[in-house]
Design a protein around this ligand. Structure first.
Ligand code: AMP
Ligand code: ZN
Length: 114
């Protein structure tokens, strides 16, 4: 997926403030942060939407959440709280079609989301 901006960030073809990498995922600061902490966790492998997940991807998605929890804890949000968001497809607000976990923290959050 040469045109995918998150694949290009993964490959260092586009600049990003990466905060974590391992063999399965990459995490970087959101360009347009919606909270004091706004980190995106992506799988290295291009998966367009959550609808495209295969049974074999379940450990990968669990790992994305575990890395998100680690990022939130490192920034001091574990006790007060932080939000994990996957926007899936257009009506839910997905604009980049390479799945990503939003890790948001550092301010009170409202519910229901807009
Ligand atoms: P979503 O709307 O759920 O698909 O989220 C896409 C997110 O990617 C938004 O929060 C954008 O601010 C963020 N984003 C878009 N382009 C970049 C980029 N080049 N580097 C970092 N974050 C980006
Ligand atoms: Zn991609």
């Amino acid at each position: 997926m040469e045109s995918c901006i998150f694949c290009r960030i993964r490959d260092d073809e586009l600049p990003a403030r990466k905060v974590y990498e391992d063999e399965l995922v990459v995490a970087f600061e959101d360009l347009n942060p919606q909270a004091p902490t706004h980190v995106l966790v992506i799988p290295r492998r291009h998966i367009a939407t959550l609808n495209d997940l295969q049974p074999d991807d379940e450990p990968l998605v669990g790992h994305m959440l575990a890395v998100g929890a680690k990022m939130a804890a490192q920034r001091g949000h574990a006790a007060r709280g932080w939000r994990a968001v996957f926007n899936n497809q257009r009506e839910a607000g997905q604009t980049v079609f390479h799945i990503h976990l939003h890790v948001l923290g550092g301010r009170p959050m409202e519910w229901p989301p807009g």
